[in-house]
Write a protein that binds this ligand. Structure first.
Ligand code: DAT
Ligand code: MG
Length: 149
């Protein structure tokens, strides 16, 4: 089964959106297999956003993601990587459709609430970066046969 890395950024935590965001993923039928509140170090932030190292906004991005606690999660399910990106919405909250997390709750590009892995290789890299193997639970929800045929 596919897995993805999701992080509720400091703005999402400060704005009390943790419960609402977890509710949406649970309600869709995705399964929580990893969850922790993290005070992100500069080192972790720079590794996480390594692909953006050369961009002008990189310093601000690292500053922001280290500015308060982040809720780091691993979610599992059929097509969960692409489905999460859809549920999260476009990078700029003003461009994101209503009904998406960024579209419903955000305004500014630098305060876009949530991160989600964008492809299978990024998901694998980010899960390994943020979670130790023992922090990920292998479990089978009792509802599985009512979600999957
Ligand atoms: P996403 O988070 O949708 O995967 P991304 O990987 O292109 O978007 O960028 C990572 C984060 O960097 C994004 O959530 C917000 C910030 N960001 C992206 N483009 C930016 C820009 N042009 N100016 C300022 N911040 C930007
Ligand atoms: Mg990205």
């Amino acid at each position: 089964m596919e897995r993805t890395f999701i992080a509720i950024k400091p703005d999402g935590v400060q704005r009390s959106l943790v419960g609402e965001i977890i509710r949406r993923f649970e309600a869709k039928g995705f399964q929580l297999v990893g969850l922790k509140l993290v005070q992100v170090t500069r080192e972790l932030a720079e590794k996480h956003y390594a692909e953006h190292r050369e961009r002008s906004f990189f310093a601000g991005l690292v500053e922001f993601i280290t500015s308060g606690p982040v809720v780091a999660m691993v979610w599992e399910g059929k097509g969960v990587i692409a489905a999460s990106r859809k549920a999260i919405g476009k990078t700029n909250p003003l461009d994101a459709d209503l009904g998406t997390i960024r579209g419903d709750f955000g305004v500014d590009l630098g305060r876009n609430i949530i991160h989600g892995s964008d492809a299978p290789d990024t998901a694998e890299r980010e899960i390994a970066l943020w979670f130790a193997p023992h922090e990920i639970a292998d479990w089978k929800p009792s509802t599985t046969s009512w979600l999957y045929e």
